[in-house]
Design a protein around this ligand. Structure first.
Ligand SMILES: NC(=O)c1ccc[n+]([C@@H]2O[C@H](COP(=O)([O-])OP(=O)(O)OC[C@H]3O[C@@H](n4cnc5c(N)ncnc54)[C@H](OP(=O)(O)O)[C@@H]3O)[C@@H](O)[C@H]2O)c1
Length: 318
């Protein structure tokens, strides 16, 4: 039987206890494809799963972590894809209700696997699927970003923040980015303005037409009052550790003429993936990557994620 290395979790697990185990390569079945994983990006949501969410009933256990990957089709089953085809995959229950990408092979539902055409190296590709799909949907589907917008990115020193900054600058927007750590202000040098966020931005900013809130409900009320009338606020992140707006009164707390929306990356499509790669290609953008690790160093990668020592996307290569 052919085997593969994977990270399989059953309970809350600290970085020091992460290890690779040997498992059978999954057998392919109708509607699913076998992907040879070449690289995967790490995500804040995997950290939440590993630290607490794994105890929830709706998480399959044991589970191979990982909500995204890039790789090649090893067995296309009945999908119409071909062996060796370059693909990205993300979400739809990956790493939660079925095994994810912290493995040499992943058996994935064909409708969440998207062929791509790109000459970028695997490591650069590994930074794309979840982060750029989320940035893209938040900026264009939700915020309807235009070149004459002034965009506020709140909680910008994360993978999603850096990707959103890169895309918005390439579009031609004025971008104001925030961090809650003074020492991280230099990492936001590509923004037009980098601001230390003490939780209260209302009255400090001028001309903000769109706001991408990655800190989330902890500060969202303040974001709503920091944008201009006619502005749109998109809540995409929960970095602040508060997951809901309890007691939220939309009549009094959404200012007149301000719009509130949210983005959830659970339903990626081929057409959006094509748009993202066409954009990266036409603007000659290299996906933003903070640090790379080999799969054999997965414990170090998870420890670096927990320590918050990496600036931007952590990509693991096989
Ligand atoms: N809605 C969706 O579908 C969707 C999809 C993808 C991601 N997200 C969310 O978007 C956010 C970013 O995800 P990611 O994967 O890009 O994160 P990530 O790269 O893992 O970044 C996590 C880092 O964000 C930094 N951070 C920045 N501002 C923070 C603040 N105010 N409070 C706490 N930490 C802060 C922390 O470092 P420092 O404290 O050192 O700055 C932390 O190390 C997360 O909340 C994630 O759950 C949502």
């Amino acid at each position: 039987m052919k085997t593969m290395k994977a990270v399989l979790l059953e309970h809350v697990t600290e970085a020091k206890d992460i290890r690779l185990v040997e498992l059978p390569v999954p057998a392919v079945r109708a509607g699913w494809v076998l992907v040879r994983v070449r690289a995967f990006g790490m995500n804040h949501s995997e950290q939440i799963l590993r630290r607490s969410e794994i105890e929830a009933d709706y998480i399959r256990k044991p589970i191979i972590l990982g909500i995204e990957c890039v790789g090649e089709i090893a067995d296309p089953s009945d999908s119409g894809l071909s062996v060796g085809q370059k693909v990205v995959a993300l979400m739809g229950g990956m790493g939660r209700s079925f095994h994810g990408s912290y493995a040499e092979y992943a058996l994935l539902p064909a409708h969440h696997v998207f062929p791509i055409q790109s000459d970028l190296p695997w490591i650069a590709l590994g930074a794309v699927p979840e982060t750029y799909f989320t940035a893209w949907g938040s900026l264009f589907e939700c915020l309807r970003l235009q070149p004459d917008d002034t965009l506020l990115i709140r909680g910008a020193t994360c993978a999603l923040g850096y990707a959103s900054l890169q895309i918005a600058k390439a579009v031609g927007c004025r971008v104001i980015s925030t961090t809650h750590r003074a020492e991280k202000l230099p990492f936001l040098a590509n923004a037009d303005e980098a601001i230390l966020d003490d939780g209260r931005l209302t009255g400090r900013l001028h001309g903000v037409t769109k706001a991408l809130d990655l800190v989330g409900p902890r500060n969202l009320r303040d974001t709503l009052t920091a944008v201009e009338s006619g502005g749109i606020v998109c809540n995409t992140g929960i970095l602040g550790g508060v997951y809901a707006l309890n007691g939220f009164d939309p009549i009094k707390e959404i200012p007149n003429g301000v719009y509130l929306t949210g983005f959830f990356s659970n339903n990626p499509t081929q057409s959006v993936m094509d748009e993202i790669f066409a954009f990266l290609n036409s603007k000659r953008l290299v996906p933003v990557c903070g640090k790379t690790f080999d799969f054999s160093e997965i414990r170090k990668a998870v420890a670096a994620q927990d320590a918050g020592t990496v600036n931007g996307k952590i990509v693991v290569r096989m």
